[in-house]
Design a protein around this ligand. Structure first.
Ligand SMILES: NC(=O)c1ccc[n+]([C@@H]2O[C@H](COP(=O)([O-])OP(=O)(O)OC[C@H]3O[C@@H](n4cnc5c(N)ncnc54)[C@H](OP(=O)(O)O)[C@@H]3O)[C@@H](O)[C@H]2O)c1
Length: 295
């Protein structure tokens, strides 16, 4: 099978690209970038249908894992048309290209499709996004799900050891190791998710020909402040630099779902998979960080 990972220059896409390369049932893996060129990746811009067409012609995929999006939540709030063009219309173009090539579409989504009033949420719970970003991801989901063979993976607070990523854990490592204090919201509850574990589960779902919506997140349901404290503990960083703050005091442009997070009963029942806890995931990150700094 030829697999095309759109957004392989991003956090989730790079984890999927890497794991796909060592997955026996995948014959060829191709990846795309938009602005951040990495060796071996093909250029694809979701706002340019021609580049989508060219990437599909070049790679002839049977499965397409769509991990590209405008992900900066506050930027989306100030640029709703751009968010719609990239996240909704771009996804629609990818779906059309998949249909033309007879490829299955697997797309990434988020718990920001919910309002965060009574999480964690199951796959069938009604969506009510609070932000432009959340709404664009929800609209994209709906368009993807018009194709019955497609798969939507919702996840949240994804972290990994990736020097080029601004994910929450990398910000924590950078700030605390440079002795910079960090204010972290203590009222945004969710499930931190280790990117390589997410990638592994997504590939198993594809191999099983799963379709519809699946929630794939880590097992701990905790707020960002608790996550930061646990991570700092495992990483041996100074926890006293972290102070709790209410989301309402952060003056962020976009509303966040506060009591969010996702239930994983469906994926656990169907795959019997192991979802990695914060302690396990951050321990693996500590190993990667130690390897890097000992060179
Ligand atoms: N990170 C999270 O905590 C989280 C949580 C829930 C869901 N998700 C979803 O998971 C997916 C992957 O997230 P991520 O954390 O890996 O995001 P990320 O690190 O910000 O990466 C985004 C990717 O999208 C690409 N991209 C951006 N604009 C594009 C455009 N106009 N055309 C083509 N590609 C474009 C980027 O390419 P360049 O960098 O080369 O420009 C990059 O490869 C997204 O759908 C996101 O909504 C993420």
């Amino acid at each position: 099978m030829n697999v095309l990972v759109i957004g392989s220059s991003g956090q989730v896409g790079s984890a999927l690209f890497k794991q796909s390369k060592s997955t026996p049932w995948i014959k060829n893996v191709f990846g795309t970038y938009k602005a951040h060129l990495r060796p071996g990746l093909v250029h694809l811009d979701l706002q340019d249908p021609r580049s989508i067409h060219d990437a599909f012609e070049k790679t002839q995929p049977q499965a397409v894992i769509h991990c590209s999006a405008l992900t900066a939540v506050d930027y989306c709030e100030d640029h709703p048309e751009e968010a719609h063009r990239i996240n909704v219309l771009g996804t629609e173009q990818v779906l059309k290209a998949c249909q033309k090539h007879g490829a299955r579409l697997i797309t990434l989504s988020t718990d920001y499709v919910f309002d965060g009033k009574n999480g964690p949420y199951g796959e069938e719970d009604p969506c009510r996004p609070l932000s432009v970003y959340g709404r664009s991801k929800w609209e994209a989901e709906q368009r993807v799900l018009t194709d019955v063979g497609s798969l939507v993976i919702r996840s949240t607070v994804i972290y990994s050891y990736d020097l080029s990523s601004l994910n929450f854990l990398m910000q924590l490592i950078k700030n605390l190791s440079e002795k910079r204090p960090m204010q972290v919201p203590n009222d945004q509850v969710s499930n931190p998710t280790y990117a390589p574990n997410l990638a592994e589960v997504i590939l198993r779902l594809i191999n099983k020909r799963a379709c519809g919506i699946y929630h794939v997140v880590g097992p701990d349901w905790l707020n960002r402040y608790e996550f930061a404290l646990q991570a700092a503990e495992v990483l041996g960083l100074d926890k006293s630099l972290i102070t709790p703050q209410k989301t309402s005091e952060l003056n962020q442009r976009a509303l966040r779902p506060l009591e969010a997070g996702l239930k994983t009963d469906k994926v656990r029942a169907e795959l019997g998979c192991h979802l990695i806890s914060v302690k396990e995931g951050v321990s693996l990150i500590r190993e990667a960080w130690e390897r890097e700094t000992s060179i």
